[in-house]
Design a protein around this ligand. Structure first.
Ligand code: EAX
Length: 322
């Protein structure tokens, strides 16, 4: 992890109304500035700046400059970062109730996931985040995850057999992939490209958004549209920053997070439409004829990681959302 964390920088600025502190916030994320996260970070800053009349500005710390997603979440807790746009990959380590969202084959499609996250369940889970020395501002999106690898076309769980597959540092995902017969290797995202390049791992899984933003076609030949799990994104803030705000200022942050999620989802939509062609243009073999049923059946034991502790009620509630 590099050591140029800046956190909240307060700079004196003279405005028409007199002296006023202009606060520049730092938004950390794992991907490139042009990615769906980068667009979401820009939208956050633009909305915050607009609503606050320039009292707040901000900048991105993209591409894991401030560490992996777990490091960045820790940064929020100690106040060295202000806002983080992160997958739920490492979030269950901080807020175990959110593991429910990482269960394989839980969400049917994008509408289902977005309806759950924008509704009561999403609000309840944001409130759980708030109980763990973090602030959950809004749910945003990474997308449905697909398996890529350098070795062979994957069509069935048997094709995963023995494949060294990087997973997120998430025990639900690790369990699911070991149930599916792969050799799961948890790793922070900033290490992944090099690990693929050097053959430390054979494959990984991520949505089309991340595969294209990270140019994984340079190091991966095959992508299988397994859609095995939906990958939510949480827009998190530092409690140290948020506790210092007035209600009005806090409202600006909530609105900025909503604008950020909307911009990110729009980019996910675009890449869902155009991304497969983009992957092919860049030389990937895209395997689309996947029977998901055997994957879902084999990955089922991963549910126990959540349900052993919290029961099946939340799973049933999520499935019941239209
Ligand atoms: O949040 O770690 C991952 O694979 C994530 O999907 C990625 O960093 C984007």
């Amino acid at each position: 992890m590099k050591h140029f964390m800046t956190g909240l920088v307060a700079a004196a600025a003279i405005t028409a109304g007199g002296a006023q502190a202009e606060q520049s916030i730092v938004i950390g994320h794992a991907l490139s500035p042009q990615s769906h996260y980068g667009l979401g970070a820009d939208a956050f800053i633009e909305k915050l700046s607009e609503l606050s009349g320039g009292e707040f500005t901000g900048e991105q710390a993209p591409a894991g400059q401030l560490g992996g997603e777990r490091d960045m979440i820790e940064g929020l807790q100690i106040g060295s970062l202000d806002v983080v746009i992160t997958s739920t990959g490492p979030l269950g380590n901080f807020v175990p109730e959110v593991y429910v969202l990482d269960l394989p084959f839980l969400f049917r499609d994008y509408d289902h996931a977005r309806n759950v996250l924008d509704g009561d369940i999403g609000k309840e889970l944001l409130a759980k985040i708030d109980q763990n020395n973090l602030v959950g501002l809004a749910w945003s999106e990474n997308g449905f995850r697909h398996v890529t690898n350098s070795q062979r076309p994957v069509r069935t769980p048997e094709d995963l057999d023995g494949l060294k597959l990087r997973t997120m540092e998430n025990k639900v995902h690790m369990e699911a992939f070991s149930d599916l017969g792969a050799a799961p290797t948890p790793m922070a995202f900033p290490e992944l490209f090099t690990a693929l390049q050097q053959g430390v791992v054979d494959g990984q899984e991520n949505p089309i958004t991340v595969i294209s933003a990270s140019k994984f076609w340079e190091v991966q030949k095959y992508v299988s549209l397994t859609g095995h799990v939906y990958s939510p994104v949480a827009i998190l803030a530092s409690p140290i920053l948020l506790d210092s705000l007035s209600d009005e200022q806090r409202g600006w942050f909530d609105e900025a997070a909503k604008a950020s999620a909307a911009a990110t989802r729009a980019e996910v939509n675009r890449l869902e439409d155009e991304g497969v062609a983009l992957l092919r243009e860049n030389g990937m073999e895209v395997i689309t004829d996947i029977d998901k049923a055997p994957f879902a059946e084999l990955a089922e034991p991963a549910y126990a990681i959540y349900t052993d502790e919290y029961g099946t009620e939340m799973v049933d509630r999520i499935k019941a959302v239209e």
